[in-house]
Design a protein around this ligand. Structure first.
Ligand code: AMP
Length: 420
């Protein structure tokens, strides 16, 4: 034993549970593919500046949680703490904005944050990311939100909630910010919170401590101070969401970790997860492209956590990975039968039937145990004597019924029977 273990805050996803992870990942991305979003793959690490500028220096993610290192060439690189900034860097670098807009993209992959690990909060996790870039249209906000909702619904999730608000934009947020700063100045806050209030006063609204929340009951809220244009935008988003059959809860105190969010802002929470209840979130951002040296274009997107969505699926007791295993299992008894089994498994796999057999010298009992464990609905049990008689036994592993099938019909019979 080497004594080596996965790093603190990380974990391995092993079979059979990993089938659930794959099912969640693929179900969350399917609505994006169906809606014509294009797949984008970007590096897992970027120049540190991509995140410092693209997520915001004042955020916890950038100031406390990044995995930053100097490579052998002296460059400062950072493992991505989220996917949006890297996608935006790529969008700008390849001038995707010079083609037809909006540019619609999706990605899925690892993200890394140096956080205090707890249930649902890890140092390595997986996000599904969706972005629609270059057009500021409330219908697009509604589309993006509805695509996330579709993924959750397709998994069978019921106990999730969409929290929605508008954070205004440059036409009204500065005035609101002044109101809020003046309000916060009169409160009894500790040094740390006061400093936070100076950098980003909106964040104070999201403070979970009861003694802070008690003082915030009468705080001015952005939604009550939206300009005419941002109010019209928000009204239109809500109209489109209603038309799309999406329900939500107004969340006027919702604040997100990224500095550039404007207008529509949302989060998905699940009631079965305890403290780390957010399974996804996103919103519109006006300044991100410009902050990374691109044109002044608006975008809207979200990130959904695959790991936390899997926890939500488990909390609701949903069996999503049931049909992903092997369907037919071939058990050979004897040397001739072994050759036959290997050939039959190859043919079944080629025909698209998930099939497997035993390897190593297992004996009948061990082989039948492996067949049961494989999750297959049927086993083909075949001995050298069966082969001499021109038959194989097709066994239903659930009912234990068994019939002798002539070899000439076996392949078609297996194909027609398994998985039912
Ligand atoms: P954020 O980029 O912080 O808005 O996160 C988007 C989603 O990613 C969250 O709603 C979570 O589902 C997931 N997520 C964020 N941080 C973590 C983490 N440390 N561990 C697991 N999932 C995370």
């Amino acid at each position: 034993m080497s004594g080596l273990t996965a790093p603190k805050g990380t974990f391995d996803t092993l079979p059979p549970e990993s089938a659930g992870f794959l099912a969640v990942r693929d179900t969350l991305t399917a609505p994006l593919r169906r809606a014509g979003y294009g797949y984008i793959e970007t590096p897992t690490f970027e120049d540190t500046a991509v995140f410092a500028r693209g997520v915001g220096e004042s955020t916890d993610v950038v100031s406390k949680e990044m995995y930053t290192f100097t490579d052998r060439g002296g460059r400062s690189l950072t493992l991505r703490p989220e996917l949006t900034a890297g996608l935006m860097r790529s969008f700008i670098e390849h001038r995707l904005y010079s083609g037809a807009l909006p540019v619609k993209l999706w990605a899925v992959g690892s993200a890394f944050r140096y956080e205090r690990p707890q249930a649902g909060r890890y140092r390595h996790f997986t996000q599904v990311d969706c972005e629609a870039l270059g057009v500021d249209d409330p219908a697009l906000d509604a589309e993006v939100v509805a695509l996330a909702v579709q993924g959750f619904r397709d998994l069978g999730l019921r106990n999730f909630e969409l929290l929605l608000t508008s954070l205004g934009d440059a036409t009204c947020r500065p005035q609101y910010r002044e109101l809020l700063v003046a309000f916060l100045a009169d409160l009894d806050l500790d040094e740390d919170t006061r400093r936070r209030a100076e950098i980003n006063p909106l964040r104070v609204l999201d403070d979970k401590r009861p003694e802070v929340q008690a003082q915030l009951a009468d705080a001015p809220l952005m939604v009550d101070h939206l300009s005419d244009s941002t109010k019209a935008h928000y009204d239109a988003v809500r109209q489109h969401l209603t038309d799309l059959g999406v329900t939500w809860t107004e969340a006027p105190r919702l604040v997100r970790g990224l500095d550039y969010y404007t207008k529509t802002t949302f989060e998905f929470v699940h009631s079965g997860l305890g403290a780390q209840s957010a399974i996804g979130g996103g919103g519109r951002y006006d300044g991100l492209s410009a902050a990374l040296g691109g044109p002044d274009l608006s975008g809207i997107g979200y990130a959904v956590g695959v790991d936390r969505t899997l926890l939500a699926v488990q909390a609701e007791g949903l069996d999503i990975a049931a049909s992903t295993g092997v369907q037919a299992f071939v058990v050979p008894l004897g040397a001739e039968a072994k050759r036959f089994a290997v050939r039959l498994v190859g043919q079944l796999r080629e025909a698209g039937v998930p099939a497997d057999t035993v390897y190593g010298d297992r004996g009948l009992k061990g082989a039948m145990k492996a067949a049961d464990r494989s999750g297959a609905s049927h086993a083909v049990v075949v001995g050298d004597r069966d082969l001499a008689e021109g038959v194989a036994q097709l066994r239903d592993l659930r009912t234990h019924e068994q019939v002798a099938v002539p070899l000439g019909e076996l392949f078609d019979r297996v194909r027609a029977t398994v998985g039912r």
